[in-house]
Design a binder for this molecule. Structure first.
Ligand SMILES: [Zn+2]
Length: 156
């Protein structure tokens, strides 16, 4: 459910959730361009969290999912799956750098976690040492950011 947390909206668990549980699906129309309210689900595929008949002409719940550098859930395809145990009232978050190759609206993260990366701009902007810790990121960002792509760049 959506709750107001410190001046912004957050998605919080309505009950205790065990790791591995599918929390929700990111349903919605696809857009080919990223925006502040899309989540990247493929190389040129962004699912849009706008008002849509599929959501009963309301915003989908997943629109309110916040980023965390130490997330409680992970987006796999269009599925959001818990990766930690959540107690009722705990916030459900995911790591935007693990789904977005190039974030449409970069921002300064204030998650407050020891592993906080500061500016969140998308996987494209991560240092290689950080990428090495994120082998679990969405396949489309790993493929797009793979070193073999760099070898295709023409050198003069
Ligand atoms: Zn952070």
């Amino acid at each position: 459910m959506v709750a107001a947390r410190g001046g912004h909206y957050a998605v919080v668990a309505r009950r205790n959730i065990v790791p591995g549980t599918i929390v929700m699906r990111l349903d919605g129309p696809l857009a080919d361009m990223a925006s502040r309210y899309t989540v990247q689900v493929g190389v040129d595929q962004h699912v849009d969290a706008e008002v849509h008949p599929a959501h009963g002409d309301r915003y989908p719940l997943w629109r309110y999912l916040n980023h965390s550098c130490a997330p409680t859930a992970r987006v796999i395809g269009r599925t959001l799956r818990a990766i930690t145990a959540l107690k009722k009232g705990d916030e459900v978050t995911f790591d935007y750098d693990a789904t977005e190759y190039d974030l449409a609206s970069p921002f300064a993260c204030q998650c407050g976690k020891p592993t906080c990366r500061g500016m969140i701009r998308g996987y494209r902007h991560l240092k290689s040492a950080t990428r090495a810790t994120m082998t679990w990121a969405a396949p489309h960002v790993l493929e797009t950011g793979a070193p073999r792509r760099l070898s295709a760049v023409t050198r003069y």
